[in-house]
Write a protein that binds this ligand. Structure first.
Ligand SMILES: [Zn+2]
Length: 156
């Protein structure tokens, strides 16, 4: 088993992700996680990163917005531009699973890239429930769970 990844998230940002999922229900919400990867500064244990800001995206897939989260190339460019303007990086992506568990689907795995954090919030009957985070393994065969640490650091 590889090192345990950790994602640091403020209460406010966690709430905003949950709220976005509730707002778009029964459709998926999605967005970018802007922050800093502090892997080189973390002496406590495994690699960790911090989310500082969110960049909500419009789910452009109109064929099946209920269960098909997809980020387009334009989304990536725009998220990266917004991150750079704030001196941040795109460290991951979030989306919701309406009436489904907060676990990556087969579709998620096939459309994910290694390195990024993938936050998934389950929204059950319009009410936000579990929130999890994952990283795709380098061989792209599976995800590793990433621990979400909420609110132990002040946002910059
Ligand atoms: Zn998904």
């Amino acid at each position: 088993m590889a090192e345990q990844f950790q994602l640091n998230l403020s209460h406010e940002l966690a709430e905003r992700i949950r709220r976005h999922g509730a707002e778009t229900f029964p459709h998926e919400c999605c967005g970018a996680l802007l922050g800093r990867d502090s892997a080189f500064e973390d002496r406590a244990g495994g690699p960790s990163r911090e989310v500082i800001e969110l960049f909500p995206l419009i789910n452009r897939r109109d064929d099946s917005p209920r269960n098909r989260f997809a980020v387009t190339a334009e989304d990536v460019l725009e998220a990266e531009k917004t991150a750079r303007q704030q001196g941040l990086d795109v460290v991951g992506w979030y989306h919701s699973h309406p009436d489904h568990p907060a676990r990556p689907s087969q579709f998620d795995r096939e459309h994910a890239w290694p390195w990024y954090s993938y936050v998934i919030v389950s929204v059950l009957s319009g009410t936000p429930a579990d929130m999890t985070s994952w990283r795709l393994n380098d061989d792209r065969q599976d995800y590793s769970p990433e621990r979400i640490e909420i609110g132990n650091r002040a946002a910059v």
